[in-house]
Structure formats: structure tokens, C-alpha cells
Design a protein around this ligand. Structure first.
Ligand SMILES: O=C(O)CCC(=O)C(=O)O
Ligand SMILES: [Fe+2]
Length: 188
């Protein structure tokens, strides 16, 4: 409870900074619903006797707006750089890793890009991490998202169509962790 309250506070501050980074009013991203929902996911990766045969978590992008990740001191998280190189994210239990998610990429019209990442399996374990996903709240709402109008111009046309939260979540769940990007079907 206390942890999610603190995470939400950090998240709200980050969205203010990200809004300013886009040249918008600091409340813009919160106003369109980026901080309406929070989901916490606890991961437990047992020690693996043959780590070369498997993965902790396969390659994916996060589907919400922003992820704040707390990892312990074992490491294993990697991000994909320039679509080619897997780069270790050094573990620091006193810091949060911030991942841009697909929905933030969509509303920012690719100004912010979601990052592909994965977790290696390890003989040392268990590894524990907590991922906090800032999302748009209940899929039962009628909310929909599209590139923010203020960011668009003749030179910067919308790269995505309007998508309802329900349609987006359905697609993400049906697709599973297949390594493809969740934004692909919504491109224009
Ligand atoms: O366990 C980790 O470090 C990453 C977990 C993750 O990528 C996720 O929950 O989306
Ligand atoms: Fe992730």
C-alpha cells in the first residue's frame, strides 16, 4: 500500500517532466489518463541449473505508459540498443529503472520510444523484482488514445490511429509475449 502510494507520487512527477519534455503543459499527460491506473507485478526467478537453455523473461516492450522497476542486486535485466546489442542494466536496489511503454510511444507520436528488454536466467537465485506499470485504468472504461494533437503538424503527421483501451488490451493479451511490438497493428 505504502509502496504503491510512493510509486504513484514518483510516477506523477515523471509525467509532469515528460509533458514538459514534449513542450506541453505539465498536467497534460495526467489529464489524458496516463496516471489513472497502477498495476504491480512481483517477479520471482528461481535459480536455474541450465541458464543457457532458457530465459527469465523473453524480449518484450511494456504495454502501459511507464514502468518503474525495482530490482534486487543480482542483475540479469538487459535492454536492446540499436536493435542489435543487448546491454546490461546494472542492478541497484536503491534505484528504479524507468521504462517508456508502448502507450506513451503512441500518444507522443514516437517522440518517446518504448524499449525492448529481457531478463536472463541465472544459476544464482532466486532473483526478485517488482514492476509497477502506470496505465490508463480499467479496460471497461470507454477511454481511447491517439497521438496528442498539439504534437502534430504538416511535417509530423499522426503515426497511429485512435485505439480504445479495450481493443488495445485485447490485442496485447491475445498476442502474449511473442516478441513482436504491440503498436504494429495500430500504425497508420
Ligand atoms: O524482472 C525484471 O527485471 C523485468 C520484468 C519486466 O520486464 C516486466 O515485468 O515487464
Ligand atoms: Fe518488461
Amino acid at each position: 500500500m505504502e509502496y504503491s502510494e510512493q510509486i504513484l507520487k514518483v510516477g506523477k512527477t515523471l509525467f509532469e517532466l515528460l509533458s514538459e519534455g514534449l513542450g506541453l503543459n505539465p498536467n497534460h499527460l495526467a489529464d489524458i489518463g496516463c496516471t489513472d491506473g497502477l498495476a504491480l507485478l512481483g517477479h520471482y526467478y528461481p535459480a536455474c541449473p541450465q541458464p543457457e537453455l532458457t530465459m527469465g523473461t523473453t524480449k518484450h516492450t511494456d504495454n502501459a505508459f511507464l514502468t518503474l522497476l525495482l530490482q534486487d542486486n543480482l542483475g540479469g535485466l538487459q535492454v536492446l540498443y540499436e536493435d542489435k546489442y543487448w546491454v546490461d542494466v546494472p542492478p541497484n536496489p536503491e534505484s528504479l529503472v524507468v521504462n517508456v511503454g508502448d502507450l506513451l510511444q503512441l500518444v507522443s507520436n514516437d517522440k518517446f520510444k518504448s524499449v525492448e528488454h529481457r531478463v536472463l536466467a541465472s544459476e544464482v537465485g532466486p532473483r526478485i523484482s517488482i514492476a509497477s506499470f502506470l496505465n490508463a485504468g480499467s479496460v471497461l472504461s470507454s477511454k481511447s488514445f491517439e497521438p496528442i494533437k498539439e504534437l502534430l503538424s504538416e511535417e509530423n503527421k499522426p503515426k497511429y490511429r485512435n485505439v480504445t483501451l479495450k481493443e488495445y488490451q485485447r490485442y496485447v493479451i491475445d498476442k502474449g509475449l511473442d516478441g513482436t511490438r504491440a503498436l504494429l497493428p495500430f500504425k497508420v
